[in-house]
Design a protein around this ligand. Structure first.
Ligand SMILES: Nc1ncnc2c1ncn2[C@@H]1O[C@H](COP(=O)(O)OP(=O)(O)O)[C@@H](O)[C@H]1O
Ligand SMILES: [Mg+2]
Length: 348
């Protein structure tokens, strides 16, 4: 992405594009944390696999903070060549290096009074890490080739999809910076650990397509939704979002069916054996959540095996159809299981 576009100060979050969708208990908890953190000035370290929504969370914190009318500047530390990163971030004096014909303010200066989001912070070169620490601790910025430092007021939110403590152990990430960053640690779970949000996200992405293009009123068939529920989504929400966009373009009619889905999504057969942790661990566990996940998983397997027929799926689990339906709703699978009297409805 061009740097210039990253410099654009953000308005309040545009509807759809940056919304944080999700009702899974882990996301409800995350949302509360985000709301609380937003009002503070604390440095935040967001961790999570790629595509889980780290930038969305960072932007939400900014949008809910008193700095919301000031710039939000996102920098992907891995996308900018090492030798350029320092001048991009801190700016440079005229003649600081070959090609530096005019002085230039850096990304930090452009985020003054706002928020800077440093994505893939683990990729920041060791020497720059010390400079960043000074920004966080004293608000001091020294452009490349300058002996004058200026002061800025910027809130730092960092993100990483690698294990930073390990990077600290290996001596490639400064321990002092790590502790300074993770005043507030926020962990985003992978999508496969919050499967009940999949139908919601699918609906959200389809609505977004419809909002842009009212002619494209696309639905997802029940079987396709079950397949998407079962898939593990290594690329998380980004992968789901891209798939829906692609399917919406490629599918012939107005329904995304299982035959439209890529093979790797359909091919998954999830084990029926639930994953119960070997021991409770120090923090214990959330029994209700575990039971819900377990039920959701088995209900899905049954639905899949029964080709989406609820009556048959209930029989597979030794349940009455009404009990099965109630569980279905409780597990958040409601969206994929249209009522029996709308058996043929492909509505999501
Ligand atoms: N909770 C969510 N609700 C809706 N869309 C989301 C959510 N989380 C992430 N996305 C979308 O998924 C994509 C990846 O999100 P991003 O924040 O860039 O992930 P990361 O920074 O962790 O790689 C983006 O297009 C974003 O809009
Ligand atoms: Mg990202």
């Amino acid at each position: 992405m061009a740097l210039e576009s990253k410099l654009a100060p953000s308005e309040n979050p545009p509807p759809f594009e940056r919304a944080m969708i999700g009702q899974h208990p882990a996301i409800a908890k995350l949302r509360k944390l985000v709301e609380r953190v937003a009002t503070s000035e604390a440095t935040v370290l967001i961790t999570g696999e790629s595509g889980t929504g780290k930038e969305v969370v960072a932007h939400t914190i900014h949008a809910l903070s008193p700095r919301c009318r000031q710039p939000f500047v996102a920098v992907n530390c891995a996308a900018i060549p090492t030798e350029l990163l320092e001048s991009e971030m801190f700016g440079h004096e005229r003649g600081a290096f070959t090609g530096a014909a005019a002085p230039r303010g850096g990304l930090l200066a452009s985020a003054d009074r706002g928020t800077i989001f440093l994505d893939e912070i683990s990729e920041m070169p060791y020497v720059l890490q010390a400079k960043l620490l000074r920004v966080i601790e004293d608000g001091v910025v020294r452009p490349v080739g300058s002996d004058r430092a200026s002061h800025i007021d910027v809130r730092v939110i960092a993100a990483s999809n690698v294990d930073l403590p390990k990077a600290v152990q290996r001596g490639v990430f400064r321990a002092d910076l790590f502790y300074r960053l993770q005043v507030i640690p926020i962990m985003i779970p992978p999508l496969r650990e919050r499967r009940s949000d999949i139908p919601l996200l699918v609906t959200h992405f389809l609505e977004r397509i419809r909002a842009r293009n009212p002619d494209r009123d696309i639905q997802v068939s029940r079987e396709a939704m079950v397949a998407m529920w079962s898939y593990d989504w290594p690329g998380n929400i980004r992968e789901l979002e891209n798939l829906i966009e692609r399917m919406a373009i490629l599918c012939d009619g107005s329904v995304i069916d299982i035959s439209n889905l890529p093979e790797n999504v359909v091919a998954v057969t999830r084990p029926v054996v639930p994953q119960i942790p070997e021991s409770l661990g120090e923090d214990g566990l959330d029994l209700n959540q575990l039971v819900r996940d377990l039920e959701g998983r088995l209900i899905n397997d049954a639905l899949k095996q029964a080709g989406g027929n609820k009556q048959a799926a209930a029989r597979l689990l030794g349940l009455k159809r009404t009990t099965f339906s109630a569980k279905l709703r409780r597990c958040g699978v409601i969206a994929i299981a249209a009522d029996d009297n709308q058996k043929d409805s492909r509505q999501v």
